[in-house]
Design a protein around this ligand. Sequence first.
Ligand code: SAH
Length: 398
Amino acid sequence: MTKTIDLQVNAKNIADLKKGYPLILKEAIINVNVLTEEGAIVRLVDRDRRFVAKGYYGNQNKGIGWVLTQKEEEAIDFNFFESKIAKALERREALFADPDTTAFRVFNGEGDGIGGLSIDFFDGYYMVSWYSQGIYSMKHHVYSVLDKIVEYKGIYEKKRFDMKGEYIEQDDFVRGEQGDFPIIVKENGMNFAVNLNDGAMTGIFLDQRDMRQAIRDKYAQGKNVLNTFSYTGAFSVAAALGGAMKTTSVDLAKRSLAKTIEQFSVNGIDYEQQDIKVMDVFEYFRYAKRNELKFDLVILDPPSFARTKKYSFSTAKDYPALLKDAIAITEKNGVIVASTNNASFGMKKFKTFIEEAFKDAGSSFKILEESSLPRDFRTNRDFPEFNYLKVVVLQKLK
Ligand code: SAH
């Protein structure tokens, strides 16, 4: 049994924690120096040592851990993990029952009651992501719970924390039967090839499911589509299946070419009719301008940060300039899907970026729709900072 450590909370942070703020911020704690081993159970107390909440110690970005319960007597044991995971599975029953969607998130960290842990489902395989050494030290509970309450083909894991030099060739396979990768999963009837045993990324970002469906069903028919930062081309696949006249996918990573061909192919789309460019997006914008290329639908979903040999890019700083370049090669009345997963700013700020870009471009727009995380990426409504995804679909008016 791990011993419990008392952490004294700054007076000004107590109200938020009592309201359900789940992250234990470093600056909220007076005596962080008592923490030694990640995974320790911590009791948050006020200056009179009265109980505030209970959680665990685990370094993750700006936090040093997560609140797990506000009940002083509740133990953090197998039963605790079982109740949270069972509840999360119950919330996704409709997705489990849908034969057209076989890949989705089944456990979304603090949104489902345990920060630092997420679990994704890929057609019978479960992939568990661990965001700190602290939560990873409790993995036996999570795997025992999965053994008890779900039927699975196999379990894989990703350690998404700094291994401090202990990192040796990571084998992501945990137990069950090994997948014959790529496996093909479905999302609203679209096929996607997925690999759970090939580095950090699986081939699809599950949080964009709603936007892929919207692109296929509402925005692609007959359109000339440009998909920038295209990764494995998932948005291009959605557009092609939605009747796009043609898609152009642009990504800097060399592997994106083979991966995009694969995603088109598992959907029966002839990739030779599509354009796939391994290229810097900024360079592509210049190339398109020079050649007077214009598009009816432009998808803009950059990483929060990117660094190349020539420059570094951050959406918090450079989104307006990026969007301005996109506006320049969008047809009048064309549509731009502007997306960002940067958690450091909210929708309001994102909209100011959009306004700034159109103003600089001497253009104007109207918003067709806004979208955020799908329901399986459950977030705590009181704390929008955990709801990182912001997507705005705009029409360029002039
Ligand atoms: N929009 C994609 C996910 C993008 S992930 C989807 O929904 O599936 C970010 C991608 O941006 C990565 O594949 C990375 O290789 C690419 N990237 C980063 N910087 C880039 C740049 N300057 N030009 C082109 N691609 C870039």
